[in-house]
Design a protein around this ligand. Structure first.
Ligand SMILES: [Zn+2]
Length: 90
């Protein structure tokens, strides 16, 4: 006879790098930034940094891309990750 396969479900907590648990009245949390090169006469270059957690890392990517390509117009996108605790907002 074949072996019996058991499947179990577990709850996982996935930590978000840099995220902080909000306490009431506090808005601080992890800030994630990315940049995309929009240099181009007919079409944007489109090179993207991917998500980074620090301004230094973003600036380094932009400087490296500019040094390599001469491109100088970038779109920066910043978003924030927060953790909410049950009952916190109501
Ligand atoms: Zn570019």
């Amino acid at each position: 006879m074949g072996a019996t396969t058991r499947l179990r479900f577990r709850e996982y907590t996935v930590p978000v790098p840099g995220a902080q648990t909000l306490t009431q009245g506090e808005e601080l949390s992890a800030t994630i930034s990315s940049a995309e090169c929009v240099t181009g006469a007919e079409a944007d270059c489109g090179a993207a940094s991917g998500d980074v957690l620090s301004t230094d890392e973003l600036v380094r990517w932009i400087a490296t891309h500019q040094a390599r390509t001469g491109h100088e117009i970038f779109e920066q996108i910043t978003r924030r990750v927060i953790r909410s605790e049950a009952g916190m907002w109501l």
